[in-house]
Design a protein around this ligand. Structure first.
Ligand code: NAD
Length: 261
């Protein structure tokens, strides 16, 4: 039980990585506040945790609404105590040619993926600082925060920004015992990816072909790194982003993944 009795707030907790992470953290003894802008998905995740014998409740929350974030974090505080861990997973993308992307679309992705994580980190830190016992935050980036990808101007900019926001919040709160780290998943085998593969809109073989480990991450691969970063096992790690990508961002070779030849 690496997270016994820790209070966790998860944003985007109704999504695929959110559900896997919430279930894994609950199995480690944590008390989970599952939040999502789609309340029915947060309720589904919380119900799955309770059914498995864990402790969880669901909250509707849009991370772009700073008043709602304050209200929800206060409600969690009143119900189960000060958050020990914030897991920021809410996020999305707009896929469009840059010449056709409106400023509103570009800024929407930045607001959701960057400002949203800042807003929740700020609300969590206010409570952790007032309590004086530190805490843990885990942000979400992507391997697309390390390099360019066509038609994803807002998304790639937002993921790169989070990698550096993580460093700044980490050093700002380091003396207060609040650790801030980040996870950068590669293309992960979520339901959306499996659907794209089965509908023929995504060539999964091409993705696997440029992944040195020869397979794409499962949601459990992301969740297990999140558990490590949330637990005391990573007690001296702060300000870092861990790619969970089977070696994609480490590889600069040509002609597909490296072979034994
Ligand atoms: N799946 C991947 O391959 C992959 C790779 C890299 C990074 N990521 C990022 O990891 C996170 C989780 O990914 P996932 O695959 O589980 O995606 P997902 O779409 O299943 O989950 C994201 C969740 O965020 C919620 N959300 C969207 N806008 C919100 C808002 N304004 N406020 C609160 N919640 C909001 C959605 O309702 C959804 O439940 C996302 O931020 C995603 O961009 C995913």
């Amino acid at each position: 039980m690496r997270l016994k009795d820790r209070v966790v707030i998860i944003t985007g907790g109704g999504g695929d990585i959110g559900t896997a992470s919430a279930l894994a953290m609950a199995r480690e003894g944590a008390i989970i506040a599952v939040t999502d802008s789609r309340p029915e998905t947060a309720e589904r995740t919380a119900a799955a945790i309770v059914e498995a014998g864990g402790r969880a409740s669901a909250y509707a929350l849009d991370v772009m609404d700073e008043d709602a974030v304050e209200r929800t974090f206060e409600a969690v505080n009143a119900a189960v105590g000060c958050p020990d861990i914030l897991l920021n997973l809410a996020g999305d993308t707009i896929i469009k040619k840059s010449v056709d992307m409106s400023v509103a679309e570009f800024e929407h992705v930045l607001r959701l993926n960057v400002t949203g994580q800042f807003i929740t980190a700020r609300s969590a830190a206010r409570r952790m600082l007032a309590r004086g016992r530190g805490g843990v935050m885990i942000n979400i980036a992507s391997i697309l925060g390390y390099g360019g990808t066509p038609r994803r101007a807002g998304y790639t900019a937002s993921r790169a920004a989070i990698i550096n926001l993580t460093r700044t919040l980490a050093v700002e709160w380091a003396l207060d015992g609040i650790r801030v780290n980040c996870v950068a998943p590669g293309w992960t085998m979520t339901r959306a990816l499996r659907n794209a593969v089965s509908s023929g809109s995504l060539n999964v073989e091409a993705l696997i072909e440029r992944t040195p480990m020869g397979r794409l991450p499962e949601v459990e691969d992301i969740a297990s790194v999140i558990i490590f970063l949330a637990s005391d096992e990573s007690g001296m790690i702060t300000g870092h982003t861990i790619p969970v990508d089977g070696g994609v961002t480490a590889y600069m070779g040509v002609g597909g993944k490296p072979s034994h030849a």
